[in-house]
Design a binder for this molecule. Sequence first.
Ligand code: TXA
Ligand code: MG
Length: 347
Amino acid sequence: MDIITKLVKIDKNIDYVVAEAAQFIKDGEIVAFPTETVYGLGADGLNPKAIKKIFDAKGRPQDNPLILHISSLSMLKELTRDNLERAMPLIERFWPGPLTMVFNRSQLVPDEITGGLDTVAIRMPANGIALKLINVANRPIAAPSANISGRPSPTDAETCYFDLQGKVPMILDGGPTEVGLESTVLDLTSKIPTILRPGAITLEMLEEVLGVVDQDASLIKDGETPKSPGQKYKHYAPVATSYLIRGTDRKMACAIREFILNNPDKKIGLMISKELATKLVDLKEVIKSPGSRMNPEEIGSSIFRILREFDKDEYDIIIVEFLDEKNIGAAIMNRLKKACSNKYLGE
Ligand code: TXA
Ligand code: MG
């Protein structure tokens, strides 16, 4: 049966509202809340029954493990049996922030969190509401992105409401998220630290601290089986059929015009940079630009919102510009390739 979902905007009421949300968590309920990356769907990370509610609300496969969100180092120490020598420089540099690290788990961590693995993913989010919620609830909070499984992660509270209305008692509205892409997942249990999911803490930034960093083979070669369980599922997919396009601006602009001419009965949308958009001003009604190539962070913060907007406006086909894969571009293209099932227009 559906329950009533309260969507609460946070301002000066923060202490009062977070206390109510923390009570839901302690009572074994689920609550959606903002982080700096995307909105999370949280539950008491040590309570198997509460964790199960997350999987039910999202329709998430049980073997896809969850991240535990913490607010202090003492929480971390209780959740892992590792010594923290390797993690410490990363913690000092990147926490709180969009870096999730995979450790060997302690006995405290329930099987429901890890999907049966002997490891656990942990992060300290850089968002005042999230940190306060964890603090007041006084336990690690398990939280996947607060979307129905298979849809793009929500970057604002209204999108959480759209997906989860009737399934959660409370959604905390902290405004749009800054990063807009899920955290980097870094495995610290392998011989060489390995990126399982790229994010705003980039390969280049991690190499500065660690020296050598590997990337999961599936991130580099298409078709390889990923090590991070979540990476194997179709993800971030809009309803519309989506294609990537690459090449020079001239070539892309020509190919887009030709495709639109050849498909007159289809509603076709373009997610392209401001730069390419200047070559297609006559098509501006169907363009939604995530930003300038000069500002990839801005693009990263907008892609999930725009993919959802195209679906809301009932486009049949979306054409998505391929962007530079350096730095945060690696995380952006990882999500966009999945959204487009790695299909390219004209190739
Ligand atoms: O930014 C984020 O990470 C957001 C916010 C809410 O914190 N959360 C998020 O959670 O994106 P989720 O569940 O959508 O993605 C978690 C990823 C999945 O790819 C999962 O397979 C991986 O982390 N993961 C979790 N535990 C793991 C483990 N023990 N070993 C390897 N990968 C793990
Ligand atoms: Mg997710």
